[in-house]
Design a protein around this ligand. Sequence first.
Ligand code: TRP
Ligand code: ZN
Ligand code: CA
Length: 445
Amino acid sequence: MRSNRLTLRRSPAAVAAVALAALLGTAAPTAQAAPATDTAAAAVAAPDIPLANVKGHLTQLSTIAANNGGNRAHGRPGYKASVDYVKAKLDAAGYTTSIQQFTSSGATGYNLIADWPGGDPNKVVFAGAHLDSVSSGAGINDNASGSAAVLETALAVSRAGYQPDKHLRFAWWGAEELGLIGSKYYVNNLPAAERSKISGYLNFDMIGSPNAGYFVYDDDPVIEKTFKDYFAGLGVPTEIETEGDGRSDHAPFKSAGVPVGGLFTGASRTKTAAQVQKWGGTQGQAFDRCYHSSCDTTANINDTALDRNSDAAAHAVWTLSAGSTGEPPTGTVFSNDADVAIPDAGAAVTSSVTVSGRTGNAPAALQVGVDIKHTYRGDLVVDLLAPDGTAYRLKNSSSGDSADNVIATYTVNASSEVANGVWKLRVQDIARQDTGYIDSWKLTF
Ligand code: TRP
Ligand code: ZN
Ligand code: CA
């Protein structure tokens, strides 16, 4: 809370000037930036993943199956068409994608890998899902559901311009249904040095089962806790996944010593009375009665489960890739240390910082460090100007704010701004008598 106490150092004329400036609308009506103490939360909060987007991908993959003999199985045209669909979305969102080919049962298979530029290359947070179906159907719960959640999480990273401390990688595996062929191929062909850079692999296989349970893999404790905490926050109980450990694409990673985790809503096992108590649904019925059959269509999805698990996937990717909790993300600092005099009750002045070598948009939690020496900080209106001129109000004037100096770190959601370019700190002194200068300021990307 800010004190509005006026001090004796302020002349009545100066107070009147501040009031006049307010009446004239000198202070722009933009929202105040969050103070630096909000940084940690802002840096790690994942966006809500829109269920409609996830379901849109299910519809597209369903259509791809329908147009290709009713499935998206390894070695069939529906599989490659699925890869092309996902790859096009990722390319358009700024990912670096690659297709890894392998051969299995006499047919060419494909893994799709997508890297989000930036982050520490020695700390990779990796999320994946198998994109192939069995040949008997379109494979919408198994596993368009996991594929769509991972895709939409990746697209949300791009939309947010998220620049986590760690490097993000996503993958869609081929030929899982033939025995984890694609993910095994990837892990076997990954040099040991690259393997050891993966801080965690998160797997999503069957996350929209119609008679859903909420199962969390019991593997790496940090990943497991990240998922459990998310569901606890929703008030949704979870159980440990026991319907076949090692039956999906996390298994090769786990065998290679990579920390793994994941989510699952159940396959052919039946739901118990106790599970109906906690989750609803139908007792004595399989979690997915259409598992590996032709009725695994877009009708074979529990929207609530798909929604919660997609949000949980994004939450885990965000949380696990951010810096150590409680600290702002570390990054490159761009600064200007040249002093700029601020004229007393005069025109606005600016100091420029050129940001280069970045990819995509500025962070959702851009740190703006400001060091202004001034004999009455209440005189000052401070804005951050993005390269395109958009102004972000950091601080308004306030006649009662009688302290010296503005030395603070502000957090600005700059995710709609392109990172590279000339950023400016704009400072205006709107009241007579006290004066000062911009000592330095910096942006941390
Ligand atoms: N991976 C299996 C499939 O695609 C499904 C499955 C069974 C599963 N048990 C699991 C997936 C446990 C994850 C965890 O057919
Ligand atoms: Zn599966
Ligand atoms: Ca002044």
